[in-house]
Design a protein around this ligand. Structure first.
Ligand code: MG
Length: 155
């Protein structure tokens, strides 16, 4: 299931390396020796968790169904429009950060606010595509990987 999750992310325009770059960007001020390879290993470790795979598969499936106009109303309109009052995308993403405790939540909030690199690109609306869930999932994977690195450097 790890491979299918990675492939699905890639089919939606997100590589693990791009997520690792976000992790490096937010952690290098605390850990100057941190490498992209280490961040990539962290992203992979996060994506090997079953609850993370389930969240990614679920969120991306909803984005894809919304693109094809296949969700029942009123959900179709809400997801396709990325209605800002719709918070289920964030709640689903929090199931990823929760795996790493409160520091994961802090990192997620920071990424949601600053939207660096790939997260900023995902947030720009492209015609005909739906990334309502994807942007939060990617932020959460990066936040979880960053938290994992923080925990491991503390030991
Ligand atoms: Mg969203």
């Amino acid at each position: 299931m790890f491979e299918s999750t990675v492939k699905l992310l890639e089919s939606r325009g997100v590589t693990l390396k791009e997520i690792a770059e976000v992790v490096l960007a937010i952690q290098k001020e605390y850990y100057p020796e941190l490498t992209l390879e280490e961040c990539l290993a962290g992203v992979e470790a996060v994506l090997r968790k079953r609850e993370v795979q389930h969240a990614v598969l679920t969120g991306i499936a909803l984005d894809m169904l919304a693109e094809r106009n296949q969700l029942p109303e009123p959900l179709q309109t809400i997801v396709a429009k990325d209605d800002y009052l719709f918070g289920v995308d964030e709640i689903l993403a929090l199931s990823i950060t929760n795996v790493y405790g409160s520091i994961g939540l802090t990192n997620f909030g920071y990424l949601d606010k600053t939207k660096p690199l790939i997260i900023g690109q995902l947030n720009k609306k492209k015609n005909g595509t739906c990334q309502t869930f994807l942007d939060d999932l990617v932020s959460a994977i990066a936040a979880a990987a960053a938290s994992r690195i923080a925990h491991s450097h503390r030991e």
